[in-house]
Design a protein around this ligand. Structure first.
Ligand code: NAG
Ligand code: NAG
Length: 399
């Protein structure tokens, strides 16, 4: 009896082990050099580790141990055989010269199902010398600077416990992805660094961002066309340009934005708080931006705490033609329990399209006061807005 029992136990242990087949692929075993200067792209240590791990039949970890690894632009591509864990314990350092990049990304993950990127390490984009080459405010055909980490067509991704500093352009970009979480990230760049969006999302769905601290030079989080089912919670944003949807409605064929929840966030020292922006461009098809909830949000010294701008035009790059109105229909946007201080005269500013007035905008318990205690009170602006107000309001609601 005992012998049979032990035999069965051994079989069980053996079969679970056979099933897991977990393996670590350490980039140092592939000749990676952590002196901070040697270009690790030359020997392709990271790519070789990735390709072995990707081919491995079980779960695998690509380990980047402590140390500083200089790495040029790299694409980690799937599909892979099993769950991929990219564990960055050390620091990855980008080349500082922006002209050494042939593509728009530094570290690019593509076509992977079940991707985990974490490890407590740092992504150092070395952006400071690149920022002065950014002439996008003057040059509409400006050459895009690389994104620190880009995710293309990833499903079931978990990005966590990382620090991203001084990206040349955006820190993280999410495109064509489904079911991803971003947690415990620290995203840092100076407030004057141009276009250094924290997390930029487009054509993706099922994205959760929680317990993330973002201080950067552009939007903390930007949600572009085709973004659906996003939950943003426990995010600290500032400095930066706030949590934004858009800009939408510039080009034909953009996809709708739907179901965005922003909850329990603090926005501090930014120019915008929660913003929805669209271009005043006549499109053949109406673009829908609907079902937004902004709840339990603290504003601290924010220039425009609540803003819908359907006449968005940065750097005055558009022709002044008031007959052209935005083709984006904004509807069902709820603002609930938003409090704190603003530093312009405006608390909530709704400038909706004349052709497509905003529908179902609700304000519930909004308390916004001037940051400087001696400067009177704020006011709200409403243009082409339909909706309702509930609860207490300071300043008085204009809906
Ligand atoms: C995002 O959070 C919601 C609510 O907690 C949960 O239902 C959903 O599964 C989460 N999505 C992902 C990709 O983790
Ligand atoms: C989220 O809510 C918790 C509990 O009220 C609070 O401690 C935390 O500071 C909030 N987070 C942000 C970013 O506001």
């Amino acid at each position: 009896m005992v012998a049979i029992f032990l035999f069965v136990m051994c079989l069980l242990v053996y079969s679970t082990e056979a099933q897991v087949q977990y393996k670590v692929f350490n980039v140092n075993d592939y000749g990676a050099n952590a002196d901070g200067n040697t270009d690790n792209s030359v020997i392709k240590a990271f790519l070789k580790a990735w390709s072995d791990a990707c081919r491995w039949q079980g779960k695998s970890t690509i380990l980047i141990p402590q140390g500083t690894y200089m790495l040029k632009e790299v694409i980690f591509s799937g599909p892979c055989n099993a769950w991929m864990n990219f564990k960055i314990e050390g620091t990855l350092k980008a080349p500082s010269d922006p002209y050494s990049f042939k593509t728009e990304n530094w570290i690019n993950f593509r076509y992977i199902n079940k991707l985990n990127v974490g490890g407590g390490g740092t992504l150092d984009g070395q952006g400071s010398s690149a920022w002065e080459t950014n002439d996008c405010t003057k040059n509409p055909n400006c050459r895009p600077l690389p994104t620190t980490m880009k995710f293309d067509f990833i499903t079931n991704g978990n990005i966590h416990h990382l620090r991203s500093i001084n990206s040349k352009q955006s820190h993280f970009v999410v495109f064509g992805c489904d079911q991803m979480t971003f947690t415990k990230l620290r995203i840092i760049a100076p407030d004057e660094s141009p276009n250094t969006d924290g997390i930029k999302i487009g054509k993706s769905k099922g994205i959760n961002i929680t317990s993330v601290t973002i201080g950067t030079g552009d939007d903390c989080i930007a949600m572009l066309a085709g973004t659906r089912n996003v939950l943003i919670s426990d995010v600290f944003c500032g400095p930066g340009h706030g949590i934004s949807v858009g800009s939408l409605g510039k080009n034909e064929g953009e996809e709708d934005v739907d179901n965005i929840v922003v909850k329990n966030c603090t926005i501090s020292g930014t120019n915008n708080g929660v913003r929805i922006k669209s271009w005043a461009v006549q499109l053949k098809k109406t673009l829908m931006a609907s079902n937004f909830l902004y709840e339990d949000i603290v504003m601290d010294n924010v220039q425009f705490p609540i803003i819908i701008d359907q006449d968005y035009c940065p750097h005055s790059s558009c022709q002044e033609d008031s007959s052209v109105q935005s083709s984006v229909q904004i509807s069902n946007v709820a603002y609930k329990n938003i409090r704190g201080s603003g530093n312009s005269e405006v608390a909530a500013s709704f400038k909706c399209s004349q052709n497509k007035p905003c529908q179902g905008i609700t304000m519930d318990n909004i308390n916004l006061w001037p940051y400087a205690s001696d400067s009177g009170s704020l006011s709200n602006v409403c243009l082409n807005v339909n909706g309702a107000s509930y609860g207490q309001h300071n300043p008085p609601s204009c809906i």
